[in-house]
Design a binder for this molecule. Sequence first.
Ligand SMILES: [Cu+2]
Length: 149
Amino acid sequence: MKKTIATLLLVLSPLLLAGCEDEQTTQESDQAAPSGTVKTEEIEPGAEATTETATKVEVREITMTAKKFEFTPDTITAKKGEKLRLEITATDVAHGFAISEFNINQPIDPGKTTIVEFIPDKAGEFDFSCSVFCGGGHGGMRGKLVVEE
Ligand SMILES: [Cu+2]
């Protein structure tokens, strides 16, 4: 009696296993396919803001005079990044306006207004001076540009 059950199981077992195997062979055939596409989105949050500010440059105009041996005013103040427009009139002889820090060296002809434009891109205090020899006090003809952050 025991033997018949054992043989029955032995006979049936390959069928049971086969049945299991059959289920397993219906495997996920699309497993090898790539898992979708990877997207890279480029987000530039500052792009619009920079173009907007670039078109809106503030211009600071300062009227100055140059004469033996001084600039008036001799201290000018600007903000970093804003455009500085200096309208300089030499009232006696030829002078010059130079700020080495910003590569400025502009002759100022007498009797007319010379415009010097530049954008101070760094904060600090910078000396400017007359760059055209104008007499005994030429060496002391200088002033100061203060650029605020
Ligand atoms: Cu001079």
